[in-house]
Design a protein around this ligand. Structure first.
Ligand code: SAM
Length: 249
């Protein structure tokens, strides 16, 4: 059941990423595998799916435990030859990968936890070839404030609202959250041009899983609904996460 719920949560992201990989493949003009870096890729759920498409993926993550899980996952999917795990940090990415070596950098769920999001994005830009693509997925503050408030955690909601003042500082034990403007500014400062932005998990997190599981067709309906509102500005502020695609200038 958790697998289905997780697939529902990531469907909008995966569909957009798939299209970006196809476009990048066309742009490089050859049927060669793309060189992909999954920065903070953890246990490799996404990296393995990308490798299954025929691309080469390097997962850079500070957690040796996560990378051990990645190795097992890649072996189970028979893509060990195309996925490599490297212990590393976003701030010092260039210690473990060559500059201008990647067609695509994936940076999902990472800007929230690194010491310096701006530095992480600058490292990602340096690792990319000119015109290379970046996929960023980051938690959105407005949705977190809303969820805290409607569940009665009012002081927490107000504290979160003020978190933007420290958006570029160390998040400490609290994961950082972003507004669309903050993400756009961070990406622009790191020499990226944002091409698309989607809201992710607009409804999914607010619907009881028992409701989705007990109604025939509800899961497919919810997936279609999420896809329908992902780029609708009226629903953007309610999205738990923001997914931005960008190219390196
Ligand atoms: C929320 S998980 C996201 C994992 C994966 N990208 C995903 O979307 O499922 C955050 C990941 O960032 C990694 N991480 C933490 N600090 C990091 C840093 N300074 N540089 C790179 N990755 C980091 C963690 O080890 C963890 O795997």
């Amino acid at each position: 059941m958790e697998g289905r719920r997780s697939a529902l949560r990531t469907a909008v992201v995966w569909d957009a990423l798939l299209e970006m990989l196809r476009d990048r493949n066309l742009a490089v003009g050859a049927q060669r595998p793309l060189q992909v870096i999954d920065l903070g890729g953890g246990t490799g759920g996404l990296a393995v799916r990308v490798a299954e498409l025929g691309h080469h993926v390097v997962v850079v993550d500070p957690s040796p435990d996560a990378l051990a899980s990645l190795e097992r996952r890649a072996a189970e999917a028979s893509v060990s030859a195309s996925v490599r795990g490297v212990v590393g940090d976003a701030a010092t990415l260039l210690d473990v990968v060559q500059p201008a070596s990647a067609d695509v950098v994936i940076c999902h769920g990472v800007l929230e936890v690194v010491d310096d999001p701006a530095l992480a994005l600058t490292s990602a830009a340096t690792a990319l070839v000119e015109g290379g693509c970046l996929s960023v997925l980051a938690a959105q503050r407005s949705a977190a404030v809303f969820t805290r408030a409607i569940t009665g955690h009012l002081a927490e909601a107000r504290a979160l609202l003020q978190q933007h003042e420290t958006a570029s500082g160390n998040p400490g034990s609290v994961p950082r959250r972003f507004s669309p403007d903050e993400l756009h500014q961070l990406l622009a400062s790191a020499h990226f041009t944002v091409t698309e932005m989607r809201g992710v998990r607009v409804f999914t997190d607010h619907i009881a899983s028992t409701m989705v599981e007990s109604q025939p067709g509800a899961s497919e309906e919810l997936r279609a609904l999420e896809a329908a509102v992902a780029t609708d500005p009226d629903f953007m502020a309610m999205a738990t996460q923001l997914h931005l695609l960008a190219t390196r200038r």
